[in-house]
Design a protein around this ligand. Structure first.
Ligand code: NAP
Length: 232
């Protein structure tokens, strides 16, 4: 795995308490080519909670004295909660649901872009933000899940726009939105994720293999776990 990242690369996983985040950390910890893995989540030290905007910059500042990262993966995301289920119809929409999903799926990751892109290693670095194929406007045939879809579409725009800015001053960096496929996790479980989803470690391995193929020419793209480029 990871033939294109430098030997003894440094990695950071944000959202490391989730199924995919934890799977990425475990794979990287066991990779002989990975020199170090930092793992951030709501209960790590330093902690990073999107509900606390200041915690995002503070977490980045705490890591700034360490090595620059050749690989940063943001694996945070929200689809449902105790009182929150994805909308099936327009009548289900509310500010409360939209704000909850946009905070975790769009605004938090956008602040991750703001605070963590300066920590990328200059010579060769890949940053991937986990998105979702249901955020593809061109691929939307089923409807429903309004806020989740829209928050991931907005995330994709953040990634694309940041990639254009990054290409000006960090031209060896690659920034992508990455779709993991359906994965068995707490996020997918109410939607048959356990029966139709792949194990998180399999999905994480697939995605690391795709990241390994990317070059700076691929920056600003929306990729699937199988390497396909997805429509916006
Ligand atoms: N599973 C799938 O089938 C699937 C399909 C398509 C896309 N995705 C995307 O893949 C990514 C990872 O999904 P997953 O299946 O691994 O989900 P997961 O197991 O539910 O993990 C979600 C992660 O997001 C974190 N998070 C939630 N709210 C947060 C907040 N306010 N501040 C900081 N972190 C917060 C969680 O932290 P806590 O542990 O503290 O709650 C956890 O680390 C998400 O972006 C998801 O949209 C998943």
């Amino acid at each position: 795995m990871m033939a294109s990242l430098p030997d003894q690369f440094h990695a950071l996983v944000i959202g490391a308490s989730g199924a995919l985040g934890a799977a990425f950390v475990a794979l990287l910890e066991n990779s002989p080519r990975c020199a170090s893995v930092r793992a951030l989540h709501r209960h790590s030290t330093p902690s990073l909670d999107f509900a606390d905007e200041a915690s995002i910059g503070a977490a980045a500042a705490a890591l700034a004295s360490g090595p620059r990262f050749h690989l940063i993966i943001n694996a945070t995301g929200l689809l449902h909660g105790d009182t929150l289920m994805p909308e099936k119809r327009l009548a289900d929409l509310s500010y409360e649901k939209m704000q909850a999903l946009f905070l975790v799926n769009t605004m938090g990751p956008a602040m991750v872009l703001r605070h963590f892109t300066p920590l990328l290693a200059g010579e060769r670095a890949i940053m991937a933000l986990l998105s979702a194929k249901v955020g593809s406007i061109g691929d939307n045939r089923l409807g429903g899940w309004y806020s989740y879809r829209a928050s991931k579409s907005a995330l994709n725009m953040m990634v694309r726009t940041a990639a254009i800015e990054l290409a000006r001053n960090q031209k060896h960096s690659v920034l992508v939105a990455l779709h993991p496929g359906t994965v068995n996790s707490s996020l997918s479980r109410p939607f048959r994720g356990e029966s139709i989803g792949r194990p998180a470690d399999v999905a994480a391995r697939d995605m690391l293999a795709v990241l390994d193929t990317l070059t700076p020419d691929d920056t600003g793209s929306f990729r699937s776990y199988d390497g396909a480029t997805l429509p916006w």
